[in-house]
Structures are given as structure tokens and as C-alpha cells.
Design a binder for this molecule. Structure first.
Ligand code: G1P
Length: 302
């Protein structure tokens, strides 16, 4: 590995989606602001980027996403009231999100797909590798993934996707990867990618989950990528092209993730995330677990 290469420092978070699966909650509130216990889902994602050393965060937003900007900004009125009351712990909670990272925003305008959203990041990112974190995927903070992906990108170059083995019945919800072993535990070479295939056509049950570390050559590729599945410009299609190339910026590797991931874009998984994370909390966990145990016992007697 060459030591002259700049360390990856930028994270891109696409957050322009409408969140129709959560209507009516998302009628006037961005889906990214739905709380997981007492923190908006998006804050976990920004915290994950920061924990992996990425303190420059670009959010790709759209109309009706102003609350996202407000959440990561100061709220002087609230801070002043809490200061006056001497409520230091709540004051710290308020400041947490505004002190987290250097935030930037760009609007997607036309919602033309994930690939198009990533392309909106080009002027900000420039020609360095960068990370993409999808807001619907919540990776449990105890199971770090992104820092491993960054290390793999630094070692092999090219781009890196996160892969998770899923049930064949679910592969149609994801990008699916054809893979080859590299000899390194948990790291594979991606030789092909298909966006949301039927189970019979899927190259494998390794699903792309919402974390990517990309070479900036992806921008040129995205500009040439024709609309694919759902008539949208798919990031998976651009990565497929890069997986087939081994010239500068080409090559795609996968880091296989076995940790805890929640799809907060899915209502049942969103509830699971809340229950699991609440159980683990020092402040809420003990009482909540006790209640949960008695609730489950009651349910089992019925
Ligand atoms: C996107 C990607 C898909 C990936 C998924 C992970 O799909 O297009 O390849 O597997 O995220 O969550 P979406 O779920 O946004 O439709």
C-alpha cells in the first residue's frame, strides 16, 4: 500500500427518498427523522460515518427535507432554555448532533435513482475515494463494518461493497453479487452484480447492503449508465461495469458482514431495531427488558 494516497474522509448519504412505506408518519416528516428509541435514524448513520473517521458528510436531499438540516444544526432557543434550567444532560443531547461532523447538503431535484443521487455528489467529492451510506440500513454500532471496508479499499484500490448472505426468497430486494474468494477472510472479489434479480436469476445469495466505498471513477461510469431496473439510474449497474474492468479505478471487492443490521425502511425490522437497541441501553434497558419478558410470557399463555 502506498502511503502517499490521501485518507478517505468524505461520506455521502442519499436521503431524498419519499418514505412511502411509512405513511402517514412520513407525510410531513422525512423518513430519516423517524426515531429509533430517542434518536432519529439518520443520526445513527452519521455517527457510524464519524466512527469510521469520516467527518465530512454530504447529504443528498430533496424537497421537504429541511428537518434534516435543522437536526444537524444548532438550536439556540432550546439550548438557552436548557442552560437556564441547568439541565446539562439534555443540553448535551441537543448539542450532540450539531457537533458531530461537518455537514453539507445538495438537492437531487429529479428523483432518478440511487446512481443519480450519488452523481450529485461529484462536485463535492472530487477525485478521491469516498463512502456512501444508505439511510435505511442501520448497522449496529457494536459491529463495525465501514472501517474494515475503508481498509480493504486502501489495500486493493477500486471500489468496495458490503455483502450479506440472505435467504433466496429475499434476494429480489437487493443487488446480488457473483463472488470469488481472495484468500483473505471475509473479503471477496466481486465479478458481477445484478440489481434486484428474481431468485432463479440471482448470481448468488450475497446481497449488497447499504455501505459502499467507491473510487471516484464511478462518476464517469454513472454518467454513461442508462436507466435500469424501475427506469432508474442504478448504482449497482455502474458497479457492475467497474467489476468487469481492472484498469485504473476498476475492480470491486466485497466485505462480508455477519453482524447486526436493521432495515429501518421496513416497518417490522424498524420495530426490531427499536426493541433491540432499547434493551441494550443502560438507562432504559433494565426496566424495558423486565416489561418485555412479562409481556412475552402473557402472549405465550394466550
Ligand atoms: C438499494 C440498492 C440495492 C441494495 C439496497 C441495500 O436499493 O439499489 O442494490 O441492495 O439498496 O439496502 P433500495 O433498497 O434503495 O431500493
Amino acid at each position: 500500500m502506498t502511503s502517499t494516497r490521501a485518507r478517505i474522509s468524505k461520506a455521502v448519504i442519499p436521503a431524498a427518498g419519499l418514505g412511502t412505506r411509512f405513511l402517514p408518519a412520513t407525510k410531513a416528516t422525512p423518513k430519516e427523522m423517524l426515531p429509533v428509541v430517542d434518536k432519529p435514524a439518520i443520526q445513527y448513520v452519521v455517527e457510524e460515518a464519524v466512527a469510521a473517521g469520516l467527518s465530512d458528510v454530504l447529504m443528498i436531499t430533496g424537497r421537504n427535507k429541511r428537518p434534516l438540516e435543522d437536526h444537524f444544526d444548532r438550536n439556540y432557543e432550546l439550548e438557552e432554555t436548557l442552560t437556564r434550567k441547568g439541565d446539562d444532560s439534555r443540553l448535551a443531547r441537543v448539542r450532540e448532533s450539531s457537533d458531530l461532523a461537518t455537514m453539507h447538503y445538495v438537492r437531487q431535484g429529479d428523483p432518478r435513482g440511487l446512481g443519480h443521487a450519488v452523481l450529485c455528489a461529484e462536485p463535492h467529492v472530487g477525485d478521491q475515494p469516498f463512502a456512501v451510506l444508505l439511510g435505511d440500513d442501520l448497522i449496529d454500532p457494536r459491529d463495525p463494518l465501514l472501517s474494515r471496508m475503508i481498509a480493504v479499499q486502501e489495500q486493493y484500490g477500486g471500489s468496495v461493497v458490503a455483502l450479506m448472505e440472505v435467504d433466496p426468497a429475499s434476494i429480489h430486494l437487493y443487488g446480488s453479487a457473483a463472488i470469488e474468494a481472495t484468500g483473505e477472510e471475509g473479503v471477496v472479489r466481486v465479478t458481477d452484480l445484478v440489481e434486484k434479480p428474481e431468485a432463479a436469476q440471482a448470481p448468488s445469495c450475497y446481497a449488497v447492503i447499504g455501505r459502499y466505498v467507491l473510487d471516484s471513477v464511478v462518476f464517469e461510469t454513472l454518467k454513461k449508465t442508462r436507466p435500469g431496473r424501475g427506469g432508474e439510474i442504478q448504482l449497482t449497474d455502474a458497479l457492475r461495469e467497474l467489476a468487469h474492468r481492472d484498469d485504473k479505478g476498476g475492480l470491486v471487492h466485497g466485505v462480508v458482514f455477519n453482524g447486526r443490521r436493521y432495515d429501518t425502511g421496513d416497518r417490522a425490522d424498524y420495530l426490531r431495531a427499536i426493541v433491540r437497541l432499547a434493551c441494550e441501553r443502560d438507562d432504559l434497558g433494565p426496566d424495558f427488558r423486565a416489561w418485555l419478558r412479562s409481556y412475552v410470557n402473557e402472549e405465550m399463555q394466550e
